[in-house]
Write a protein that binds this ligand. Structure first.
Ligand SMILES: [Zn+2]
Length: 150
């Protein structure tokens, strides 16, 4: 007899522990990790798939990180950060805009190069695996790199 079981998931992670009379104060990086993993929790628990083997992270490999990536973006949003953060003794003291702006600049630094290089790697792979006969891997990479990055 088929019986639907509600999905159950948990996050097992290492975060900054409480210390010196202070509660656990997560770094921004840890908050991003928490949101990322919570994306997996949402993916695992909001399913209505009839079989566990077809639900949650048992999905197309290129989609498995999508919910987590979406939630990660929220920790870089000023309004979201204002709602979820503040000084632990005075929650009205929020992360200053200039600090968040510097964090965003650091996060975005070099992203054009990073993603263009990812494109080089993907196109090189596609080129190598769609050619007939012998393939010069180094020449294919060099040509693709030259075309996209100079
Ligand atoms: Zn993930």
């Amino acid at each position: 007899v088929f019986q639907y079981s509600l999905p159950v998931a948990s996050i097992v992670a290492n975060f900054t522990p409480p210390s010196d009379g202070k509660p656990s104060l997560l770094t921004h990086d840890e908050v991003e990790t928490l949101f990322h993993e919570f994306g997996h929790i949402m993916h695992q628990t909001l399913t209505r798939a009839p079989y566990a083997s077809l639900s949650g992270s048992a999905t197309a490999q290129d989609f498995v990180e999508a919910p987590s990536q979406m939630l990660e973006n929220w920790v870089w949003n000023k309004q979201i950060l204002a709602r979820i953060s503040g000084h632990y003794l005075d929650n009205s003291k929020k992360l200053p805009d200039d600090v968040l702006n510097k964090m965003l600049e650091a996060k975005n630094f070099n992203q054009g190069y990073f993603y263009t290089r990812q494109l080089v790697l993907g196109l090189t792979d596609m080129t190598i695996h769609t050619q007939q006969g012998a393939v010069d891997v180094d020449a294919t990479y060099d040509k693709t790199y030259e075309e996209l990055l100079g």
